[in-house]
Design a protein around this ligand. Structure first.
Ligand code: MCN
Length: 780
C-alpha cells in the first residue's frame, strides 16, 4: 500500500480539536452564558406505574411550574415501524394522566438556580393511584400481567428473520448445543449528561434550541412537527458535546417540553441533566435474554442456528428508533461473520415499567456477538478443538465476497479468518496454553483465554432503514466545502462530532483532494443554521458518509480551482495538481490564495464563463443499501481469582479491518475506548430494578464503570481491505471495540473455570456471580 501523503488520508495527524479541549476551551451546554437564563429541574415520577389523580401546586407556582397543559397545542412523540404487527405508543413530553417508569418527567420547575428549581419541585404534591408494575422480561411475557398501553399483552413486536433449511441442518448435525444467555440492562454514561437550553429570538423571530444532541437537523424536523413551529423558524444547535454513545441519538422528551415552553416565555430556560437523572431517566440499553441453538458437524462446522432474543424495551418507543430496535438487531445479525446458510431467528420486544431503551454503542450487536461467540466456544469444547481454529473454519472466505448473508446483509470485502490468525499470533496461543498448564490448579488464580469475532455493519443506506420499517431515518450525509477569499478552507458538515475526531479526519479528506494543510481547515458542524441537512452522527456512519460528501465536494471544488489556476498559469487544467497550498503545473505554481483572490475579489482574472466564488455542496451515500462491514477478532487473557471472584485482564489484542483508515491513530483510540466500554459490559455495569420497578443503581457507588486500573492497553493490528461500496474504500468502525469485548472476556473466564464445572452466560460477571457459580458447582 502507498505511504500516505502528509496530512492526507492514512496519516496519523494529531487532532485539531484537542488544543481547544485540553486548554479547557470547550463550550458545553452547561457553559453557555446567555443573560437572563433560568434553570430547570424536572419533577419526575417516583413510582413505576400509576395514574395521576391530582397535582397540587405550591403557593407562587404560577409562571414557575409548568405541566403538559401549559405547553400549548403539542403532539405526543410516536415512534413507529411501518412493519406489520408493530405496536406503537404515545410518549407525551410530560406525563399528565399516567406514569410508566420511575423518572418520567411530569412538570418543569424554574428557578434562578438549579437548586432553587429543585426546591420548588419538592413542594409539588402529586396524588398517584399506583398500578401493579411490569418489571422483568418474564412478567412482560406473561399474558396475565397488566397491559401498559392497552394492547392485548405487552409484546410490542416480533420479527422472524432467517432462511435456509434449519430442520435439515438439525438432522445432519453431529452435535447440537443449546444455551440461554442474558445481558443486563445498562446505562450509557456519557461523560457529559444530556441538556437543553432554549429561547425565542425576537430579532430573528425564531426558536433557538441548544441541545446536547448527536443529530441537530432531524431533531429540528421532528420538533417542528410536534410543537408546531415551522422549520425555517427553528434553529437547533449542538454546542460541544461531551460524548453521546447513542444516548443523544434520539428525540428526548425534555427537548420537546423545553422547546414548547420556551416558545411561550420571554427568557431562556436551561436543563442540565445530573448524574442521578442520567442513571434513572435517560434512555437505557441492552437487557436481553437470548436462547440459541447451534447444529454442527463433528468438526464443529456450523450447519444451522436457531435463536430467540427477547428484549425488555422499557416503557415507550423512543423516536425514531422505536422499542423494537434492539430485538430486531440481535435477531437480524446473529449469524455473525460465519457462512451459515440455515437460520431461524425470532426477535421479541416487550414493554415494561422501566426507562425506555435507546441506542448504545453496538446496539444489539454486543449481545448477538456474546451469545454466538459463547456458543462457538461451547461447540469447540464439545468437538475438542481450539476455539480460534473452529472460528477460522466457519468464516465467510475472501473469495465469497461480496457475500449475502441468510438475513440479507451484503458483506463487502475482507479476510475474516486472517483477523483470527493475526490475533492468535499476537496473543501467542501456545504460550498461553503452556501457562495455563503450569498455573491452573496450583492456587486460586486461574488463567483463561477467550476469542470473539464479529462483523460491524456501518454506514447503513436508506434501503436498509426502510427494510427495517424506519421511514424517518435516511442513509446519506451532506457537506459544504468553501474557500474564503484569503485562501483558507471551511467545511460545513451535518454530522455532529462528539469525540470521534471528525474535525480532523474530515479536514484530512479535504487535504487529500485540495492540497490544503488540514491543521488550517475549519470544520463547522452541529448547527442547523450553519451546515447543510443531514442525519447526524451514529451507527458508525460519519467517516463513510460525511467523509464521502467532503471528498466529493472537494473534488468538484478542486476542478474549478484547477481551471482558474490553469488560466492564471496559462496551462491546461489537466496539467494542474493541488499540493502544499498551491496549484502546481510542472515547475510552475501559484498559491491557492491567488486562485481564491481571483475567484472572490477579482472576477476579471477568471477564465471566460467561470462563475465567481468557490464553494460546493454535495451529498454522499454508499453504493450498497446495507453499507460497509468492518470486522475484527479480539483475544483476551484473564486471570480469575476463585477466592475473591475478581477478574484481571492480563493481555488484550485486536486484529481489525475498517477498510481504508483515514487516521489510524484515531481509529486506535476508538478501538481502545470501545473495549473499555465492553469491559464495563462484561464485568461491572448493571442497572437492576426491584420488584416495584424502582431502579437500584442511581449513583456511581451502585453503578460501576471501568476506570483506568480495569482497562489494559489494547494491542491493535490493522488489516486494511477497502470497501468497494464507499469513497476511498472507508468502512466505519466506531462501535466495534464495544461489540466483541463482552464475548471475548466471558469466553476467557469460562475457559479458566471450565475444568471446575462452571459455566457463566450472564453479564456482568461480577465477583458475586462468579463465586455463586463456583459454589453451585462444588455443591452439585
Ligand atoms: N475513522 C477513520 N477511518 C475509518 C473509520 C473511522 O479515521 N476508516 C475515524 C473518524 O475520525 C471517525 C471515527 O474514527 O469519526 C469513528 O468512525 P465512524 O465509524 O465513522 O463513527 P462515527 O464517526 O459515525 O461516530 C459514531 C460512533 C458511534 S455509533 C458511537 S456509539 C460512538 C463512537 O462513534 N460514540 C462515541 N465513538 C465515540 N467516541 C467518543 N469519543 N464519544 C462518543 O460518544
Amino acid at each position: 500500500m502507498e505511504a500516505p501523503r502528509p496530512g492526507c488520508i492514512g496519516d496519523r495527524v494529531l487532532r485539531n480539536e484537542d488544543a481547544r479541549f485540553l486548554a479547557g476551551h470547550g463550550e458545553y451546554l452547561a457553559d453557555l452564558d446567555i443573560p437572563g437564563t433560568r434553570e430547570i429541574a424536572f419533577l419526575r415520577s417516583p413510582v413505576a406505574h400509576a395514574r395521576i389523580r391530582s397535582i397540587d401546586m405550591p403557593p407562587g407556582a404560577e409562571g414557575r411550574v409548568f405541566l403538559l397543559k401549559d405547553l400549548g397545542d403539542i403532539h405526543p412523540v410516536r415512534a413507529v415501524l411501518t412493519t406489520p404487527g408493530f405496536r406503537g405508543s404515545d410518549y407525551p413530553a410530560l406525563a399528565a394522566d399516567t406514569v410508566r417508569f420511575v423518572g418520567e418527567p411530569i412538570a418543569i420547575c424554574l428557578g434562578a438556580t438549579r437548586a432553587a428549581a429543585e426546591d420548588l419541585a419538592q413542594e409539588i404534591v402529586v396524588d398517584f393511584d399506583e398500578l401493579p408494575p411490569v418489571v422483568e422480561i418474564e412478567q412482560a411475557l406473561d399474558p396475565a400481567s397488566p397491559s401498559l398501553h392497552g394492547w392485548p399483552d405487552n409484546i410490542c413486536f416480533v420479527s422472524t428473520p432467517g432462511g435456509g433449511e434449519v430442520d435439515a441442518a438439525a438432522k445432519a448435525a453431529a452435535v447440537t448445543v443449546t444455551r440461554e444467555f442474558r445481558m443486563a440492562r445498562q446505562c450509557v454514561v456519557s461523560l457529559e449528561g444530556r441538556g437543553v437550553l432554549a429561547y425565542w429570538d425576537r430579532r430573528l423571530q425564531e426558536l433557538v434550541v441548544y441541545s446536547s444532541t448527536q443529530q441537530p437537523h432531524v431533531i429540528r424536523t421532528v420538533l417542528a412537527k410536534l410543537i408546531g413551529v415551522p422549520e425555517h423558524q427553528l434553529r437547533v444547535v449542538a454546542p460541544d458535546v461531551g460524548g453521546g454513545f447513542g444516548v443523544k441519538n434520539n428525540l428526548q422528551q425534555e427537548e420537546v417540553a423545553i422547546a414548547a415552553l420556551a416558545r411561550r416565555l420571554k427568557f431562556p430556560i436551561r436543563w442540565v441533566e445530573d448524574r442521578r437523572e442520567h442513571l434513572i431517566a435517560s434512555p437505557q440499553a441492552r437487557e436481553h435474554r437470548v436462547r440459541l441453538t447451534a447444529h454442527a458437524d463433528a468438526r464443529g462446522k456450523i450447519l444451522g442456528l436457531e435463536a430467540e432474543a427477547v428484549v425488555n424495551a422499557g416503557a415507550y418507543s423512543i423516536w425514531p428508533w422505536s422499542a423494537a430496535m434492539e430485538a430486531n438487531m440481535v435477531a437480524g445479525i446473529l449469524t455473525g461473520p460465519y457462512a451459515i446458510d440455515a437460520y431461524k431467528g425470532r426477535g421479541v420486544t416487550v414493554v415494561s415499567n422501566k426507562a425506555p431503551l435507546g441506542p448504545y454503542r453496538g446496539v444489539g450487536r454486543p449481545s448477538a456477538c456474546f451469545t454466538l461467540e459463547r456458543l462457538v466456544d461451547e461447540i469447540a469444547a464439545k468437538v475438542g478443538r481450539e476455539p480460534h481454529e473452529l472460528r477460522i473454519d466457519n468464516m465467510v472466505r475472501p473469495e465469497q465476497m461480496p457475500y449475502r448473508t441468510v438475513t440479507g446483509k451484503l458483506f463487502d470485502s475482507g479476510d475474516y479468518a486472517e483477523s483470527v490468525r493475526q490475533v492468535a499470533a499476537m496473543i501467542d496461543v501456545p504460550a498461553v496454553r503452556a501457562r495455563q498448564a503450569r498455573q491452573n490448579g496450583t492456587g486460586p488464580r486461574r488463567i483463561g483465554l477467550g476469542f470473539a469475532s464479529y462483523t460491524e455493519q456501518t454506514a447503513h443506506g436508506t434501503d436498509e432503514w426502510i427494510a427495517r420499517g424506519l421511514t424517518e431515518v435516511f442513509g446519506y450525509e451532506t457537506a459544504t466545502v468553501r474557500f474564503t477569499p484569503d485562501g483558507k478552507l471551511i467545511i460545513e458538515a451535518a454530522i455532529q462530532n462528539h469525540g470521534q475526531g471528525l474535525e480532523t479526519t474530515l479536514a484530512q479528506v479535504a487535504a487529500q483532494e485540495l492540497g490544503v494543510d488540514p491543521a488550517d481547515v475549519v470544520v463547522r458542524h452541529g448547527d442547523t443554521a450553519v451546515s447543510p441537512y443531514g442525519m447526524g452522527t451514529f451507527a458508525s456512519r460519519s467517516m463513510v458518509m460525511a467523509g464521502g460528501a467532503v471528498g466529493r465536494a472537494s473534488r468538484q471544488l478542486g476542478e474549478k480551482v484547477k481551471r482558474i489556476a490553469a488560466h492564471l498559469l496559462q496551462v491546461k487544467p489537466a496539467d494542474v495538481t493541488l499540493a502544499n497550498n498551491c496549484a502546481v503545473a510542472g515547475a510552475r505554481s501559484v498559491p491557492l490564495k491567488s486562485v481564491t483572490d481571483a475567484a472572490f475579489l477579482h472576477p476579471e482574472n477568471l477564465p471566460a464563463g467561470e462563475d465567481p466564488c468557490l464553494d460546493e455542496t454535495t451529498t454522499f451515500q454508499p453504493l450498497s443499501g446495507t453499507g460497509a462491514f468492518a470486522y475484527a477478532t479480539h483475544a483476551v487473557v484473564v486471570e480469575v481469582d476463585t477466592g475473591t471472584g475478581l477478574v484481571e485482564i492480563l493481555d488484550y489484542a485486536v486484529a481489525h479491518d475498517c477498510g481504508t483508515m483515514v487516521n489510524p491513530m484515531i481509529v486506535e483510540g476508538q478501538v481502545q475506548g470501545g473495549v473499555a466500554q465492553g469491559i464495563g459490559n462484561a464485568l461491572l455495569e448493571e442497572s437492576p430494578y426491584d420488584s416495584g420497578g424502582q431502579p437500584l443503581a442511581s449513583t456511581f457507588a451502585d453503578y460501576l464503570v471501568p476506570g483506568a486500573p480495569e482497562v489494559p492497553t489494547v494491542r491493535i493490528a490493522h488489516l486494511e481491505t477497502p470497501s468497494p461500496f464507499t469513497a476511498y474504500g472507508i468502512k466505519g468502525m466506531g462501535e466495534g471495540g464495544a461489540i466483541a469485548a463482552p464475548a471475548a472476556i466471558l469466553n476467557a473466564v469460562n475457559d479458566a473455570l471450565r475444568p471446575l464445572g462452571v459455566e457463566l452466560n450472564e453479564t456482568p460477571i461480577t465477583p458475586k456471580r462468579i463465586l455463586t457459580a463456583l459454589h453451585d458447582a462444588r455443591t452439585e
